[in-house]
Write a protein that binds this ligand. Structure first.
Ligand SMILES: [Zn+2]
Length: 128
């Protein structure tokens, strides 16, 4: 149903229509293009490569700002902004009911932001 084996061992993907060639005479188990399971596989395996959950932009922004928190002077406000964005990212993820992922990304951004802010504060104290 999802694939058509042919004489060379190559299989055509039922999802994207691309043909994945056999390697060392062994027919491919998964589509090289989209990851669709090929051949007579149990239904549960077919969703093994389900597309990953989408990540809200605020989570990515929190991560980016977390990195920016290490920049002297401008990093201070950016770090706090990352903390604020993380809150909205978490809220979006919670409300999406599993449609959105990326809370790990938001957490990483916040960890970086906190680390950056601490470094900034130490730098201000030691510096001036
Ligand atoms: Zn495919």
């Amino acid at each position: 149903m999802s694939s058509v084996p042919n004489e060379t061992g190559a299989r055509t993907c039922g999802r994207c229509g691309r043909t994945t060639k056999a390697r060392d005479g062994v027919p491919p188990r998964y589509c090289a293009t989209c990851g669709q399971a090929l051949g007579a596989w149990p239904g549960r395996v077919r969703h093994r490569f389900a597309p990953p959950a989408r990540v809200p932009g605020s989570a990515v922004a929190a991560l980016a700002l977390g990195f920016c928190a290490f920049i002297p002077f401008i990093g201070l406000p950016l770090g706090f902004f990352a903390l604020a964005l993380r809150g909205s990212a978490k809220q979006q993820i919670r409300r999406s009911g599993g449609q959105l992922g990326g809370s790990g990304i938001a957490n990483l951004g916040v960890s970086l932001a906190v680390l950056g802010l601490v470094m900034q504060l130490m730098w201000y104290r030691v510096g001036c």
